[in-house]
Design a protein around this ligand. Structure first.
Ligand code: UD1
Ligand code: PEP
Length: 416
Protein backbone atom coordinates (compact mmCIF):
# COMPACT_ATOMS: atom_id res chain seq x y z
CA UNK A 1 0.00 0.00 0.00
CA UNK A 2 1.32 3.43 -0.95
CA UNK A 3 1.82 6.43 1.32
CA UNK A 4 2.48 10.08 0.60
CA UNK A 5 5.14 11.96 2.55
CA UNK A 6 4.64 15.67 2.41
CA UNK A 7 6.53 18.52 4.05
CA UNK A 8 4.40 21.64 4.48
CA UNK A 9 5.11 25.33 4.68
CA UNK A 10 5.81 26.18 1.02
CA UNK A 11 3.68 28.58 -1.05
CA UNK A 12 2.36 26.82 -4.16
CA UNK A 13 3.36 28.66 -7.29
CA UNK A 14 2.94 27.95 -11.00
CA UNK A 15 0.44 26.38 -13.35
CA UNK A 16 -1.57 23.16 -13.21
CA UNK A 17 -3.66 21.51 -15.91
CA UNK A 18 -6.91 20.02 -14.68
CA UNK A 19 -7.84 16.54 -15.96
CA UNK A 20 -11.16 15.36 -17.36
CA UNK A 21 -13.99 14.74 -14.91
CA UNK A 22 -14.17 11.35 -13.19
CA UNK A 23 -17.85 11.79 -12.35
CA UNK A 24 -18.73 12.76 -15.92
CA UNK A 25 -16.64 9.99 -17.53
CA UNK A 26 -18.10 7.14 -15.44
CA UNK A 27 -21.78 7.52 -16.50
CA UNK A 28 -20.67 8.27 -20.08
CA UNK A 29 -18.68 5.01 -20.15
CA UNK A 30 -21.73 3.15 -18.83
CA UNK A 31 -23.93 4.83 -21.46
CA UNK A 32 -21.50 3.62 -24.16
CA UNK A 33 -22.91 0.13 -23.54
CA UNK A 34 -26.02 1.24 -25.45
CA UNK A 35 -24.13 2.24 -28.59
CA UNK A 36 -24.26 0.22 -31.80
CA UNK A 37 -21.19 2.09 -33.09
CA UNK A 38 -17.72 3.06 -31.92
CA UNK A 39 -17.42 5.50 -29.06
CA UNK A 40 -14.26 7.62 -28.89
CA UNK A 41 -13.90 9.54 -25.64
CA UNK A 42 -11.17 12.09 -25.09
CA UNK A 43 -10.10 13.94 -21.96
CA UNK A 44 -10.50 10.72 -19.97
CA UNK A 45 -8.55 10.90 -16.70
CA UNK A 46 -6.10 8.14 -15.83
CA UNK A 47 -7.69 6.96 -12.59
CA UNK A 48 -8.39 3.75 -10.74
CA UNK A 49 -12.18 4.25 -10.98
CA UNK A 50 -11.91 4.55 -14.77
CA UNK A 51 -9.93 1.28 -14.87
CA UNK A 52 -12.66 -0.40 -12.81
CA UNK A 53 -15.38 0.86 -15.17
CA UNK A 54 -13.31 -0.34 -18.16
CA UNK A 55 -13.14 -3.79 -16.52
CA UNK A 56 -16.90 -3.71 -15.97
CA UNK A 57 -17.52 -2.94 -19.66
CA UNK A 58 -15.12 -5.72 -20.69
CA UNK A 59 -16.82 -8.25 -18.41
CA UNK A 60 -20.07 -7.34 -20.14
CA UNK A 61 -18.43 -8.10 -23.49
CA UNK A 62 -17.34 -4.66 -24.74
CA UNK A 63 -13.89 -3.93 -26.20
CA UNK A 64 -12.09 -1.06 -24.45
CA UNK A 65 -8.81 0.42 -25.67
CA UNK A 66 -6.89 3.27 -24.08
CA UNK A 67 -4.24 5.50 -25.59
CA UNK A 68 -3.15 8.54 -23.57
CA UNK A 69 -6.39 10.34 -22.61
CA UNK A 70 -8.48 8.67 -25.33
CA UNK A 71 -10.71 5.70 -24.66
CA UNK A 72 -12.24 3.74 -27.54
CA UNK A 73 -15.25 1.63 -26.57
CA UNK A 74 -16.92 -0.86 -28.85
CA UNK A 75 -20.03 -2.36 -27.27
CA UNK A 76 -21.51 -3.77 -30.47
CA UNK A 77 -20.46 -7.26 -29.39
CA UNK A 78 -21.83 -7.27 -25.84
CA UNK A 79 -23.87 -10.32 -24.98
CA UNK A 80 -23.99 -10.30 -21.18
CA UNK A 81 -26.27 -8.32 -18.89
CA UNK A 82 -24.87 -9.44 -15.53
CA UNK A 83 -22.27 -7.52 -13.52
CA UNK A 84 -20.79 -9.75 -10.78
CA UNK A 85 -20.08 -8.70 -7.22
CA UNK A 86 -16.30 -8.95 -7.71
CA UNK A 87 -16.43 -5.83 -9.90
CA UNK A 88 -19.56 -4.07 -8.64
CA UNK A 89 -18.25 -3.89 -5.09
CA UNK A 90 -15.15 -1.97 -6.18
CA UNK A 91 -17.00 1.33 -6.52
CA UNK A 92 -20.37 3.03 -6.17
CA UNK A 93 -20.52 4.14 -9.80
CA UNK A 94 -20.69 0.51 -11.00
CA UNK A 95 -24.47 0.86 -10.43
CA UNK A 96 -24.63 3.07 -13.53
CA UNK A 97 -24.50 0.09 -15.88
CA UNK A 98 -28.03 -0.78 -14.65
CA UNK A 99 -29.86 1.90 -16.67
CA UNK A 100 -27.71 1.28 -19.74
CA UNK A 101 -28.23 -2.51 -19.70
CA UNK A 102 -31.98 -2.12 -19.23
CA UNK A 103 -32.05 0.27 -22.17
CA UNK A 104 -30.00 -2.05 -24.39
CA UNK A 105 -31.26 -5.54 -23.41
CA UNK A 106 -34.41 -4.74 -21.42
CA UNK A 107 -32.73 -6.98 -18.83
CA UNK A 108 -30.01 -6.38 -16.25
CA UNK A 109 -28.54 -8.15 -13.22
CA UNK A 110 -26.14 -6.01 -11.22
CA UNK A 111 -24.60 -6.80 -7.81
CA UNK A 112 -25.01 -4.05 -5.22
CA UNK A 113 -22.31 -1.41 -5.64
CA UNK A 114 -19.52 -0.65 -3.15
CA UNK A 115 -17.75 2.70 -2.73
CA UNK A 116 -16.46 5.12 -0.10
CA UNK A 117 -17.78 4.74 3.45
CA UNK A 118 -19.40 8.20 3.44
CA UNK A 119 -22.97 7.02 3.97
CA UNK A 120 -25.40 4.15 3.47
CA UNK A 121 -26.12 5.18 -0.14
CA UNK A 122 -29.21 3.07 -0.88
CA UNK A 123 -30.48 2.42 -4.41
CA UNK A 124 -34.19 3.01 -3.68
CA UNK A 125 -34.59 6.14 -5.82
CA UNK A 126 -32.91 4.46 -8.80
CA UNK A 127 -35.16 1.41 -8.54
CA UNK A 128 -38.33 3.43 -7.96
CA UNK A 129 -37.63 5.52 -11.05
CA UNK A 130 -36.90 2.49 -13.23
CA UNK A 131 -40.05 0.75 -11.95
CA UNK A 132 -42.03 3.83 -13.00
CA UNK A 133 -40.82 3.26 -16.57
CA UNK A 134 -42.34 -0.22 -16.47
CA UNK A 135 -39.28 -2.29 -15.56
CA UNK A 136 -39.77 -5.00 -12.99
CA UNK A 137 -37.02 -4.74 -10.41
CA UNK A 138 -36.27 -7.35 -7.76
CA UNK A 139 -33.57 -7.45 -5.10
CA UNK A 140 -32.26 -10.87 -4.12
CA UNK A 141 -28.98 -12.49 -3.04
CA UNK A 142 -27.09 -9.19 -3.23
CA UNK A 143 -28.22 -8.48 -6.79
CA UNK A 144 -30.62 -6.00 -8.36
CA UNK A 145 -32.38 -7.67 -11.24
CA UNK A 146 -34.50 -5.86 -13.79
CA UNK A 147 -36.55 -6.85 -16.78
CA UNK A 148 -39.01 -5.06 -19.00
CA UNK A 149 -42.69 -5.77 -18.49
CA UNK A 150 -45.16 -5.77 -21.37
CA UNK A 151 -45.65 -2.30 -22.79
CA UNK A 152 -42.83 -0.37 -21.10
CA UNK A 153 -43.40 3.28 -21.83
CA UNK A 154 -41.94 6.64 -20.90
CA UNK A 155 -43.65 8.31 -17.91
CA UNK A 156 -43.53 11.26 -15.53
CA UNK A 157 -41.13 10.52 -12.70
CA UNK A 158 -40.83 12.72 -9.64
CA UNK A 159 -37.64 12.07 -7.69
CA UNK A 160 -38.04 12.42 -3.91
CA UNK A 161 -34.49 13.84 -3.85
CA UNK A 162 -32.36 15.04 -6.80
CA UNK A 163 -30.02 12.03 -6.73
CA UNK A 164 -27.22 12.29 -9.29
CA UNK A 165 -26.93 8.54 -9.92
CA UNK A 166 -30.71 7.96 -10.03
CA UNK A 167 -31.12 10.80 -12.55
CA UNK A 168 -28.34 9.28 -14.70
CA UNK A 169 -29.69 5.72 -14.55
CA UNK A 170 -33.22 6.85 -15.45
CA UNK A 171 -31.96 9.03 -18.33
CA UNK A 172 -30.02 6.08 -19.74
CA UNK A 173 -32.87 3.54 -19.51
CA UNK A 174 -35.41 6.08 -20.85
CA UNK A 175 -33.20 6.83 -23.88
CA UNK A 176 -34.04 3.41 -25.36
CA UNK A 177 -37.56 3.11 -23.85
CA UNK A 178 -40.49 4.05 -26.13
CA UNK A 179 -42.45 7.23 -25.38
CA UNK A 180 -41.60 10.37 -23.47
CA UNK A 181 -40.11 10.29 -19.99
CA UNK A 182 -40.11 13.43 -17.87
CA UNK A 183 -37.92 13.47 -14.75
CA UNK A 184 -38.95 16.14 -12.25
CA UNK A 185 -36.73 17.24 -9.36
CA UNK A 186 -33.82 15.86 -11.40
CA UNK A 187 -30.24 16.44 -10.25
CA UNK A 188 -28.77 19.48 -12.01
CA UNK A 189 -25.05 18.70 -11.74
CA UNK A 190 -22.86 19.57 -14.78
CA UNK A 191 -22.11 15.86 -15.15
CA UNK A 192 -25.81 15.25 -15.99
CA UNK A 193 -25.61 17.89 -18.71
CA UNK A 194 -22.48 16.19 -20.06
CA UNK A 195 -24.28 12.83 -20.14
CA UNK A 196 -27.16 14.41 -22.07
CA UNK A 197 -24.77 15.91 -24.63
CA UNK A 198 -22.94 12.62 -25.05
CA UNK A 199 -26.17 10.63 -25.50
CA UNK A 200 -27.58 13.20 -27.93
CA UNK A 201 -24.32 12.86 -29.90
CA UNK A 202 -25.20 9.17 -30.33
CA UNK A 203 -28.72 9.99 -31.52
CA UNK A 204 -30.71 10.31 -28.27
CA UNK A 205 -33.38 13.00 -27.84
CA UNK A 206 -32.90 14.56 -24.43
CA UNK A 207 -33.54 18.14 -23.30
CA UNK A 208 -33.45 19.99 -20.01
CA UNK A 209 -30.39 18.47 -18.32
CA UNK A 210 -28.91 21.07 -16.00
CA UNK A 211 -32.43 22.19 -15.07
CA UNK A 212 -34.74 20.38 -12.66
CA UNK A 213 -36.93 18.86 -15.39
CA UNK A 214 -35.35 16.55 -17.97
CA UNK A 215 -37.32 15.23 -20.91
CA UNK A 216 -36.29 12.12 -22.82
CA UNK A 217 -37.97 10.97 -26.02
CA UNK A 218 -37.13 7.30 -26.48
CA UNK A 219 -35.31 6.29 -29.67
CA UNK A 220 -34.82 2.83 -31.19
CA UNK A 221 -31.07 2.79 -31.58
CA UNK A 222 -27.89 4.74 -30.71
CA UNK A 223 -24.84 5.06 -32.97
CA UNK A 224 -21.16 5.89 -32.45
CA UNK A 225 -19.76 9.26 -31.40
CA UNK A 226 -16.55 11.18 -30.69
CA UNK A 227 -16.87 13.14 -27.47
CA UNK A 228 -14.67 15.14 -25.06
CA UNK A 229 -15.61 15.01 -21.37
CA UNK A 230 -15.80 18.16 -19.26
CA UNK A 231 -12.96 19.14 -16.90
CA UNK A 232 -13.12 17.84 -13.33
CA UNK A 233 -14.65 20.58 -11.18
CA UNK A 234 -13.72 18.78 -7.94
CA UNK A 235 -10.07 18.35 -8.91
CA UNK A 236 -10.06 22.03 -9.93
CA UNK A 237 -11.67 22.98 -6.61
CA UNK A 238 -9.09 20.99 -4.69
CA UNK A 239 -6.21 22.80 -6.44
CA UNK A 240 -7.92 26.16 -5.81
CA UNK A 241 -8.03 25.33 -2.11
CA UNK A 242 -4.39 24.15 -2.32
CA UNK A 243 -3.42 27.60 -3.63
CA UNK A 244 -5.50 29.25 -0.91
CA UNK A 245 -4.31 27.19 2.07
CA UNK A 246 -0.63 27.53 1.09
CA UNK A 247 -1.18 31.27 0.58
CA UNK A 248 0.20 30.63 -2.91
CA UNK A 249 -0.37 31.86 -6.46
CA UNK A 250 -1.59 29.20 -8.91
CA UNK A 251 -3.03 29.30 -12.42
CA UNK A 252 -5.41 26.46 -13.28
CA UNK A 253 -5.93 25.54 -16.94
CA UNK A 254 -8.79 23.43 -18.39
CA UNK A 255 -11.59 24.58 -16.09
CA UNK A 256 -15.22 25.59 -16.63
CA UNK A 257 -15.67 28.62 -14.37
CA UNK A 258 -19.45 28.30 -14.31
CA UNK A 259 -19.16 24.84 -12.69
CA UNK A 260 -16.96 26.34 -9.95
CA UNK A 261 -19.24 29.24 -8.98
CA UNK A 262 -20.43 27.81 -5.61
CA UNK A 263 -16.79 27.35 -4.54
CA UNK A 264 -15.53 30.64 -6.00
CA UNK A 265 -18.22 32.55 -4.08
CA UNK A 266 -17.06 31.01 -0.79
CA UNK A 267 -13.35 31.51 -1.51
CA UNK A 268 -14.02 35.19 -2.23
CA UNK A 269 -16.06 35.50 0.98
CA UNK A 270 -13.00 34.21 2.86
CA UNK A 271 -10.78 36.76 1.13
CA UNK A 272 -9.03 34.57 -1.45
CA UNK A 273 -8.38 36.38 -4.74
CA UNK A 274 -9.93 34.46 -7.66
CA UNK A 275 -9.21 35.98 -11.07
CA UNK A 276 -10.98 34.49 -14.12
CA UNK A 277 -8.85 34.43 -17.29
CA UNK A 278 -9.79 33.47 -20.83
CA UNK A 279 -7.92 30.14 -20.55
CA UNK A 280 -8.44 29.32 -16.88
CA UNK A 281 -8.42 30.88 -13.45
CA UNK A 282 -5.73 32.35 -11.18
CA UNK A 283 -6.00 31.89 -7.42
CA UNK A 284 -3.94 34.03 -5.07
CA UNK A 285 -3.81 33.46 -1.33
CA UNK A 286 -2.91 35.87 1.48
CA UNK A 287 -2.66 36.03 5.27
CA UNK A 288 -5.88 37.95 5.98
CA UNK A 289 -8.64 35.35 5.58
CA UNK A 290 -12.00 35.55 7.37
CA UNK A 291 -13.87 32.48 8.70
CA UNK A 292 -17.17 31.58 7.06
CA UNK A 293 -19.90 28.89 6.86
CA UNK A 294 -20.85 26.31 4.26
CA UNK A 295 -23.85 24.03 3.85
CA UNK A 296 -23.56 21.25 1.28
CA UNK A 297 -26.46 21.10 -1.16
CA UNK A 298 -27.30 19.56 -4.54
CA UNK A 299 -25.88 21.61 -7.46
CA UNK A 300 -25.81 24.62 -7.79
CA UNK A 301 -25.37 24.55 -4.00
CA UNK A 302 -22.01 23.96 -2.37
CA UNK A 303 -20.73 20.48 -3.41
CA UNK A 304 -20.36 17.79 -0.75
CA UNK A 305 -17.30 16.56 -2.70
CA UNK A 306 -15.51 19.80 -1.66
CA UNK A 307 -16.61 19.74 2.01
CA UNK A 308 -13.56 17.92 3.47
CA UNK A 309 -11.15 20.18 1.52
CA UNK A 310 -12.95 23.32 2.81
CA UNK A 311 -12.70 21.96 6.33
CA UNK A 312 -8.91 21.80 5.96
CA UNK A 313 -8.93 25.43 4.75
CA UNK A 314 -11.17 26.53 7.66
CA UNK A 315 -8.74 24.84 10.08
CA UNK A 316 -6.10 27.30 8.83
CA UNK A 317 -8.22 30.45 9.35
CA UNK A 318 -8.30 31.93 12.89
CA UNK A 319 -11.91 32.28 14.11
CA UNK A 320 -14.92 29.94 13.98
CA UNK A 321 -16.25 28.46 10.75
CA UNK A 322 -19.29 26.19 10.54
CA UNK A 323 -20.00 23.33 8.14
CA UNK A 324 -23.37 21.63 7.66
CA UNK A 325 -23.19 18.40 5.65
CA UNK A 326 -26.68 17.66 4.32
CA UNK A 327 -25.93 15.11 1.56
CA UNK A 328 -24.06 12.21 3.21
CA UNK A 329 -24.66 11.20 6.83
CA UNK A 330 -21.12 9.88 7.42
CA UNK A 331 -18.90 12.33 5.57
CA UNK A 332 -16.83 13.47 8.52
CA UNK A 333 -14.26 10.64 8.62
CA UNK A 334 -11.50 13.19 8.00
CA UNK A 335 -12.26 15.05 11.25
CA UNK A 336 -10.44 12.53 13.43
CA UNK A 337 -7.41 12.62 11.13
CA UNK A 338 -7.35 16.43 10.94
CA UNK A 339 -7.46 16.48 14.76
CA UNK A 340 -4.27 14.41 14.79
CA UNK A 341 -2.70 17.33 12.95
CA UNK A 342 -3.81 19.73 15.70
CA UNK A 343 -7.07 20.97 14.14
CA UNK A 344 -9.77 22.06 16.60
CA UNK A 345 -13.03 20.60 15.22
CA UNK A 346 -16.19 19.69 17.15
CA UNK A 347 -18.97 17.58 15.66
CA UNK A 348 -22.65 17.93 16.56
CA UNK A 349 -24.47 15.50 14.27
CA UNK A 350 -24.29 16.94 10.78
CA UNK A 351 -22.69 20.18 11.98
CA UNK A 352 -18.94 20.70 12.30
CA UNK A 353 -17.56 23.65 14.26
CA UNK A 354 -14.03 24.47 13.16
CA UNK A 355 -11.88 26.80 15.25
CA UNK A 356 -9.07 27.75 12.92
CA UNK A 357 -5.43 28.04 14.02
CA UNK A 358 -2.34 29.84 12.82
CA UNK A 359 -0.50 26.52 12.49
CA UNK A 360 -1.12 22.76 12.15
CA UNK A 361 1.40 20.00 12.85
CA UNK A 362 2.54 17.17 10.61
CA UNK A 363 1.40 13.70 11.73
CA UNK A 364 0.82 10.17 10.48
CA UNK A 365 -2.73 10.05 9.14
CA UNK A 366 -4.98 7.82 7.05
CA UNK A 367 -6.97 8.69 3.91
CA UNK A 368 -10.28 7.10 4.91
CA UNK A 369 -11.96 7.99 1.60
CA UNK A 370 -11.24 9.94 -1.57
CA UNK A 371 -12.03 13.54 -0.56
CA UNK A 372 -10.98 12.93 3.06
CA UNK A 373 -7.57 12.04 1.60
CA UNK A 374 -7.56 15.26 -0.43
CA UNK A 375 -8.32 17.23 2.76
CA UNK A 376 -5.31 15.65 4.49
CA UNK A 377 -3.01 16.64 1.62
CA UNK A 378 -4.29 20.21 1.90
CA UNK A 379 -3.84 20.31 5.69
CA UNK A 380 -0.33 18.92 5.21
CA UNK A 381 0.54 21.86 2.89
CA UNK A 382 -0.21 24.19 5.81
CA UNK A 383 1.37 22.06 8.55
CA UNK A 384 4.84 22.35 10.05
CA UNK A 385 7.10 19.35 9.56
CA UNK A 386 6.27 16.15 7.73
CA UNK A 387 2.86 14.49 7.25
CA UNK A 388 2.60 10.85 6.21
CA UNK A 389 -0.70 9.92 4.57
CA UNK A 390 -1.48 6.22 4.22
CA UNK A 391 -4.14 4.48 2.08
CA UNK A 392 -3.33 6.64 -0.93
CA UNK A 393 -5.31 4.21 -3.10
CA UNK A 394 -8.42 6.14 -2.02
CA UNK A 395 -6.91 9.37 -3.36
CA UNK A 396 -5.83 7.65 -6.60
CA UNK A 397 -9.49 6.84 -7.30
CA UNK A 398 -10.13 10.47 -8.14
CA UNK A 399 -6.92 12.50 -8.62
CA UNK A 400 -4.72 11.87 -11.65
CA UNK A 401 -0.98 11.97 -10.80
CA UNK A 402 -1.66 14.21 -7.82
CA UNK A 403 1.84 14.03 -6.38
CA UNK A 404 3.42 14.98 -9.73
CA UNK A 405 1.04 17.94 -10.15
CA UNK A 406 1.77 19.15 -6.61
CA UNK A 407 5.52 18.66 -7.05
CA UNK A 408 5.46 20.88 -10.15
CA UNK A 409 3.83 23.59 -8.01
CA UNK A 410 6.74 23.43 -5.58
CA UNK A 411 5.47 20.99 -2.95
CA UNK A 412 8.00 18.77 -1.18
CA UNK A 413 6.13 15.47 -1.70
CA UNK A 414 7.12 11.84 -2.21
CA UNK A 415 5.20 8.63 -2.82
CA UNK A 416 6.65 5.75 -0.82
C1 UD1 B 1 -19.77 8.86 -9.43
C2 UD1 B 1 -20.46 10.09 -8.95
O1 UD1 B 1 -20.94 10.88 -9.75
N1 UD1 B 1 -20.50 10.29 -7.64
C3 UD1 B 1 -21.11 11.50 -7.12
C4 UD1 B 1 -22.60 11.30 -7.02
O2 UD1 B 1 -22.82 10.17 -6.19
P1 UD1 B 1 -24.28 9.52 -6.12
O3 UD1 B 1 -24.89 9.51 -7.47
O4 UD1 B 1 -24.14 8.20 -5.42
O5 UD1 B 1 -25.02 10.55 -5.17
P2 UD1 B 1 -26.57 10.81 -5.00
O6 UD1 B 1 -26.88 12.17 -5.48
O7 UD1 B 1 -27.33 9.67 -5.58
O8 UD1 B 1 -26.71 10.73 -3.42
C5 UD1 B 1 -27.11 11.84 -2.62
C6 UD1 B 1 -27.85 11.37 -1.41
O9 UD1 B 1 -29.02 10.66 -1.80
C7 UD1 B 1 -29.09 9.40 -1.16
N2 UD1 B 1 -29.73 8.43 -2.06
C8 UD1 B 1 -29.29 8.28 -3.34
C9 UD1 B 1 -29.86 7.37 -4.18
C10 UD1 B 1 -30.94 6.58 -3.71
O10 UD1 B 1 -31.50 5.74 -4.41
N3 UD1 B 1 -31.36 6.76 -2.43
C11 UD1 B 1 -30.80 7.66 -1.58
O11 UD1 B 1 -31.20 7.82 -0.43
C12 UD1 B 1 -27.63 9.06 -0.88
O12 UD1 B 1 -27.51 8.10 0.15
C13 UD1 B 1 -27.05 10.40 -0.52
O13 UD1 B 1 -27.32 10.67 0.83
O14 UD1 B 1 -23.21 12.47 -6.46
C14 UD1 B 1 -22.77 12.77 -5.13
C15 UD1 B 1 -23.55 13.98 -4.64
O15 UD1 B 1 -23.20 15.10 -5.34
C16 UD1 B 1 -21.25 13.00 -5.12
O16 UD1 B 1 -20.81 13.13 -3.80
C17 UD1 B 1 -20.52 11.82 -5.75
O17 UD1 B 1 -19.16 12.14 -5.94
C1 PEP C 1 -17.90 10.26 -3.43
C2 PEP C 1 -17.25 10.30 -4.59
O1 PEP C 1 -17.27 9.32 -5.53
P1 PEP C 1 -18.20 8.00 -5.57
O2 PEP C 1 -19.60 8.47 -5.74
O3 PEP C 1 -17.69 7.28 -6.77
O4 PEP C 1 -17.98 7.25 -4.28
C3 PEP C 1 -16.45 11.48 -4.98
O5 PEP C 1 -16.08 11.59 -6.16
O6 PEP C 1 -16.17 12.33 -4.10
Amino acid sequence: MNSLRLRGGRRLKGQVEISGSKNATLPIMAASLMSMGEVVLSGVPDLEDINVMSMALEILGAKVKREADVLVIDARTINNYELPESISRKMRASNLVMGALLGRFKRARVAYPGGCAIGVRPMDLHLKGLRNLGYELTEEYGFMEGKAQQGIMGKEILLDFPSVGATENIIMAATLTPGITTIRNAAREPEIYDLQNFLNGMGARITGAGLDTVQIEGVKKLGGVEYRVIPDRIEAGTFMVAAAISRGDVFLGNVVLEHLQPLIAKLREIGVEVIPKSTGVRVIGNHKYRPTDIKTMPYPGFPTDMQPQMMALFASIPGTSIIVETIFENRYMHVQELRRMGADIKLEGRIAIVKGKTALEGATVEATDLRAGAALILAALFAHEETIISKVEHIDRGYEKIHEKLERLGVDIRRV
